[in-house]
Design a protein around this ligand. Sequence first.
Ligand code: AMP
Length: 541
Amino acid sequence: MDFADLGLTPDTLKAVSDAGYLTPTPIQEQAIPVVLMGRDVLGVAQTGTGKTAAFTMPMIDILSDGRAKARMPRSLIIAPTRELAAQISDNFVKYGKYQSLSMALLIGGSSFTDQEKALERGVDVLIATPGRLLDLYERGRILLNDVKLLVIDEADRMLDMGFIPDVERIVGLLPKIRQTLFFSATMDKEIKKLADKFLMNPKEIAVSQPATAATTIEQGVVAVRNDDKREALRRILRVKDVHNAFIFCNRKKDVDILFKSLTSHGFDAVALHGDMPQSKRNETLAKFKAGEAELLVCSDVAARGLDISNVSHVINFDVPVNAEDYIHRIGRTGRAGKEGHAYTLSSPADVKLLAAVEKMLKQSIPPLIIEELAELTISTANSGDEKSTGKRERGRPRGSRSAKPRSKKVTAPKTETAQTESTPVSAAEPPPESLSETMPVDATTEAPAPLQSAPEPPPEKAESEKPKAAQPRKNRDDDRRSPNERARKTRRNPHGIAEMDIGDDVVAFGGFTPAFLQDAPYRATELENPQNDSGEGDTDS
Ligand code: AMP
């Protein structure tokens, strides 16, 4: 099928041709005619499938007739993160370049004044994160009763981030008679329930199985002790042909630590997480997109939808707490049919999280085998090793590490060290409609855009995105509990017995009496002077 068969206007087709797209992707093929007919859509599609264009292109054509009134947007797109919202607005600029629609981007961390000014002029397309939208609504700066077209993007992510009460509130403020397009990468019961609530007789379009990774992505896992992760990462970065990479940490604090560590070791890195001021986030992303920084150390705020072409590697410094985030993280590489590499560092404490990822993938991730990693690699990441290694680490005094010298760490099996290359992996079967089969290389050049977007506003405190009323948004962006915190709540030993929720400073032996308590006299020096080579911070040499 050709773009010309989808019912788009000549102006939009011209913009599509300027973008260099030859054929519509499966989601575009199926969604565009339905959206143009005015019907609701329930789309199950991951980022990277061409989903954004599937709704922006027909919206541009629908909205090309008519005029917006002051403070009364004609359409509304809600996205979970500021970066995604900004990316959607880029799409409007790209595909709407031959039409004169007006647009405003309402995201937290940016100046209210500029956003209010844009609203005052009247906008055809309003793209917003839920918190900021409600803030402006509560200030009386926006009226939502003229919204005829609503898009809810990345609904599953909204759910993860605790935004659903806000989204429900926003939808409650819109006219009942409207067209609604609802997109989610996954479609579990909870999402389906929401969709049923928001949509009327939608056309259901699913273009890829949830939880599948592009087959163009080589995956590999490195089993290392937690304290060796930074060293392992540096070795990977030195040995592998890393052109540029996303490096994901589960916690914002760890993003900062790892960023500092990498820079102090001479790597060209920038950092991105939800606690940074928006101006800094924009600047960081722009730098990384422009190839001015090789490594983007980030939290899951960058996992979804960021569309940066030609990212050679994704490295999970931590195994994600939510298994589905693995798919989103690694989807930053291998985009649009290109080759990509995704490596995961897994410590004994990550074993359960890794098992959850593999269960979701319905396959195990093979070890990444590089000679340089051999002395750091522990025998297996997924063998229940957690108990022995993990407990030993927890029981040690703070600031201390194993009494074993580095060289005595468990080495990788011989068969593994003999190889020098990682094993390419076939990830889950590609969906037949996979973009990798249909998409040409991204168009990178952008022509000037007559579409009027709100000017990039100066920074403002990031917290302003959070409306006061909605408690669940405490959990917004990547503001999640650490894997350890979560694991502590649920951790069970191999016999299925829940372990105590203990802090790092507490040693619990249960019914077991360790040898050193049986042997008299107890030699205190053995425990009091362990080899100290790493504390909690970044002390690697
Ligand atoms: P998305 O799924 O919206 O994140 O889009 C992923 C990437 O695919 C973006 O870089 C788009 O520019 C690109 N893209 C969208 N539609 C097409 C198409 N029909 N042909 C080639 N690339 C496309």
